[in-house]
Design a protein around this ligand. Sequence first.
Ligand code: ADE
Ligand code: ZN
Length: 319
Amino acid sequence: MPLPKAELHLHIEGSLEPELAFALAARNGVPLPYASTEELRHAYSFRDLQSFLDLYYALTAVLRTEDDFHDLADAYLRRAAAQGVRHAEIFFDPQAHTSRGVPIGTVIEGLGRALDQAEHRHGVTTRLILSFLRDQSAESALATFESARPHLHRVHGVGLDSAEVGHPPAKFREVYRLAAEAGLHRVAHAGEEGPPAYITEALDELGVERVDHGLRCLEDPALVDRLAREQVPLTVCPLSNVRLRCVDTLADHPLRRMIDAGLLVTVNSDDPAYFGGYADDNFAAVREALGLDDETLRTLAANSFTASFLDEETKAARL
Ligand code: ADE
Ligand code: ZN
């Protein structure tokens, strides 16, 4: 039985399995430049974050209707539940869809319908996190946020993702201020490929409560001390880090060093359809590669609830 856990770093577009991509392509009459699911899987060999993002954005072309977004989220939640996920805080990238002419309401309402059913169908509670693409302009993020306003009852927080290097967090100060004003939680990807200074900037300029990845904090001992002292959660994604070549092999992954430094670390899947595994696959991979014992794995699972945006009473019941 997989350990009960929360998944805090999951891009719903990154859960699009080749089989579902082909089914949606057929349903919507969208041509795919691959002859089969096997051929598509063969393309899953990445040099870095950008080479992955190119394919990730290209495949979003099959997502057109509310039902598509519903089916995508429902498929993820079914798989997640089988891996012990009891609570999922799910990123979505509205700009990847609105730029193709899909209205933001179609995206949010489709995902929202699947999330509404998730506790009953799959035993998973959920939150939705609207992520801005950091390689787009600050104006585009602001326009996206304004267009999301009629749907904010379905949104729990904002995030920041896509190509990191050259796109520092401070560019998005204004939209994060508006998000905070609207009562939303704030997280951001930082220190995946980008420097430790982006982690500090995300904390100080955007007021983030959690850092997604945060791996490169280890290059700055003063930052590690701060993250440990303030118990800022880091949502680490081991299989992703290997596939995107942030670390050479799983055996080199700094997860254990991060735990030993007193950091509040969680283990997550990022884009499971592309990186070779869902939440418990990531747990199993680090147990094997880093020799983590049962107590450490239980701590990681407990951290995932501690670091979640569940209310304190619900958290206490899950821990
Ligand atoms: N979008 C989807 N996966 C991502 C990742 N690992 N880093 C940045 N943006 C992403
Ligand atoms: Zn991510």
